[in-house]
Design a protein around this ligand. Sequence first.
Ligand code: ADP
Ligand code: MG
Length: 225
Amino acid sequence: MEKIIELKDVCKSYDLGKVKIDVLKNINLSISKRDFALILGPSGSGKSTLLNMVSCLDVPTKGNIFLEGEDVSKFSEDELAMVRGKKIGFVFQQFNLLTHLTALENVILPTVFQGVSREESEKRAKELLSSVGLEKRIKHRPMELSGGERQRVAIARSLTNNPEIIVADEPTGNVDSKTGKIIMDILTDLNKKGRTVIVVTHDTDLRKFSSRVIKIKDGEIEPEK
Ligand SMILES: Nc1ncnc2c1ncn2[C@@H]1O[C@H](COP(=O)(O)OP(=O)(O)O)[C@@H](O)[C@H]1O
Ligand SMILES: [Mg+2]
């Protein structure tokens, strides 16, 4: 399968004055189109840092990151933002919804600066919310929704710009295990429909959802079996 993301000798360090922390150490990793990759590791192992590199939220200290063949490792903030807006949908542990907006408005939000008409945005947002089973919740604000429903709104929002890649950082971290399964089933379904999905977690129970488990420990990737 064609590679969609490739990391070559990626290092990330933080310079905190007197001390320098090497968070990622020489990571070599490639993700193929339509992979469902689970990045598994204990707390503090560097998962979020790695996902931030993979999803153009941050750039490495050393090494190269290729996204569909294009080296994004030295991109500026603006260039990274452009790539993210076009290619990547984000799902976070804390949902990151805007509390004063309804589910529908949260899902519409990413289109506001894209020159799409309100009518069209609203139609698409309704379809996306229906696709995650929330057609009866579109007028609700996050406070009026359960954790699982909030995460489903966040998934719908991540799909607004029709990204090829979905990244999820501990997407089941704030929901119970039954709801976690619902979230993982939705991500599995999106993967079956052709999207590349990358999930980061410390929860070994999520292994069963993925065909590919990438283990990270102390900022290093373990060889895959
Ligand atoms: N901005 C930062 N500045 C300094 N250290 C950081 C920063 N971000 C993360 N770290 C450190 O990098 C390590 C890995 O963090 P993180 O990627 O968040 O791990 P995980 O997501 O696996 O829990 C931790 O020791 C953390 O303290
Ligand atoms: Mg993390």
